[in-house]
Design a binder for this molecule. Sequence first.
Ligand SMILES: [Fe+2]
Length: 488
Amino acid sequence: MTPSRRHFLMGAAALSAAVATPERVRAAIAQEVAAPWALATADLEGDIAPRPMRLVHGRAPAGLEGTLFRNGPGKFRRPGGSATHWFDGDGLLRSFTVNDGAVTLAARFADTPKRRTETELDAVVTPGFGTAGDARARVGSADDASAANTAVMVTGDKVWALWEGGSPLEMDAATLATERFVTLRDDLKGMPFQAHPRFAPDGTVWNVGMSGDQAIVWHLNRDGSLIDARVLRLPRASYLHDFTATERHLIFVLQPWVFDHRGMPYSTQFAWKPELGTQVLVVDKADLTSTRIYELESFSFFHLGDGWEEADGTIRFDVAAGRDVAFAIAGARVLVEQRGTVPGEHAVLKLVTLHTDGRAELASSGVTAEFPKADPRRAGLARRLTAHVAGERPDRPLPTGLAIWDWDAGRSDRFLFGDDQIMEEAVFVPKPGASAERDAWLIAPSINLAEGVTELHAFDAARVSDGPVATWRADVALPAGFHGAWRG
Ligand SMILES: [Fe+2]
């Protein structure tokens, strides 16, 4: 066939379009519209002074009194360099105080050495979970790198901002003013105290800190004073963000995301090796040398639910289980880029059963879920309900609603706001004087994307699908947080 001029011109046009010059790429990026969920990782430029939230739906539940403290990254970008991963923004402590039906919102950044250095340099320079940092970082200890951005623990009139690699950062519960890094014992200064303490039926608190295949096991009183700290060697140096516990046992789930080589950022030290399967280590709280190991199929995870033990010794706990670590590595980067498709499949709520004969089982609820939370009155004890965020889809990376899964009935009670809301983790708040598991409210904020503001919702745990019984609206949007704690 003789090429016609028309064919030639079309071919040249196609070739020209296919050449991705740097100028073309930059122009394409500039034209790309920020994702509709971009407020989730927007920067907050300063603290939020206490301000009322306005009741915009329903009625404040009678008897609901207390404060929801929450933590999460609030600033990612600076002119001289930015955090490149969702887990590396500066910690922003928020308080939603419910008093006589009225809600007051306040938020303050954790005043960390990292934030001070980076404010002075006007650049994010400190290495983190997924941010490399650079030579301008001033890191003499783990606490110097702390973003204090992951979770919060209430200890009397103080709250501790928790992170993964260093000490708790104590803040005043009333003002959210940063006070000091907590040293639980002089010889343990700076040792890691992770973001997911577990509360035991005896009123004490257990937590862990990880270093390779060793875990420091912390045992505290509820006021934050130390009972004991021991070092435990694990069968595998695995990435472990969360552990769980029953009344008598500590449970370490060792996913096949294992230490491979030293380096920065932190997450690059681990290699995903699904052929290894997942191991579960069960440790006797009364004797940390008494251990059992179970083997399960491979899954990835960040979060577990509280564990419990049945009369015959069978142990159960739930996990928001993923297929791989694509979200942890790449997905959480795209969230900070605020545009494009977020890689990684959403986690699914599953139940792990550890039988006394050594067998382990993983049963799926079939529902997508993150941030599993349960009734604090039953922490470490038998229960049937798990609250979680819901509604993630491949084209919608962040949750749009809330649900409770009933493990006994195999049923979900779910409410989806739709794509106009980004739902955050809910806490269980027991109703005063009640004892049944469903006699509770679920208290959780969201970002209302249509209004461009943060909201606080109260759901009745017995009727989640009815939607919130009360919604209060702020006049400001805070970026999405990670974890919270309620103080009644
Ligand atoms: Fe977490």
